[in-house]
Design a protein around this ligand. Sequence first.
Ligand SMILES: CC(C)(COP(=O)(O)OP(=O)(O)OC[C@H]1O[C@@H](n2cnc3c(N)ncnc32)[C@H](O)[C@@H]1OP(=O)(O)O)[C@@H](O)C(=O)NCCC(=O)NCCS
Length: 190
Amino acid sequence: MGVPGPALAHCRVVDHVEITAPGLLLRPWRVADADAVLDALREPAIARWNPARGAGDDLAGATDWVRRRADWSGGDHVSLAVTSAADGSLLGSVSLHQIRGEDASIGYWTVAAARGAGVASRAVVALTAWAFAELRLHRIELCHAVANPASCRVAERAGYRAEGTLREAYRYGDGRRHDEHLHARLSTDG
Ligand SMILES: CC(C)(COP(=O)(O)OP(=O)(O)OC[C@H]1O[C@@H](n2cnc3c(N)ncnc32)[C@H](O)[C@@H]1OP(=O)(O)O)[C@@H](O)C(=O)NCCC(=O)NCCS
């Protein structure tokens, strides 16, 4: 990969990484993932809660999405495909974004067929632990629409404490601005 940007310049790990979690391998995105990504981004719940601004329109859009996620050279994000450790199939996405100094935000989705099995929770726990240990982050924020209780459970299960409600804070894929819950986890949290 290219030279790291300023946000990661102080970090030991600046190149692509793979992270393991029980039953999962979190690995960098590949262009070969584009077909599966297109299916995922078109799935109604992901299209609603993780709007990708045209990436779900066609294979070219999905390929561009994968390429941007695979390029960490800007130093402001760490984006990983969540795959099955058993057979390598794509189960979801987890990413740190808006990395600035000791702060970042985290986002995720799980393909419909893999939901309800702890995939997102385990992926968030694993990437969070890696980010505190390797990127030396102090605070990671997690926002989700109040109307998305499954995502709230992921936040709780991954140790992200609720900090409040942000009114009409983000325009989601349904075109509406939704209230969001702000959660965060500190490196010093138990
Ligand atoms: C939210 C999402 C990522 C969860 O992924 P997942 O791999 O199924 O998550 P987990 O299995 O780790 O945990 C899901 C939790 O939500 C709960 N849940 C699922 N549907 C729910 C609902 N409608 N209401 C309340 N809780 C719900 C599950 O019971 C589980 O909690 P539990 O373990 O305490 O029972 C997945 O549903 C998804 O991709 N949704 C569409 C996109 C999205 O919402 N992305 C997040 C944007 S912030």
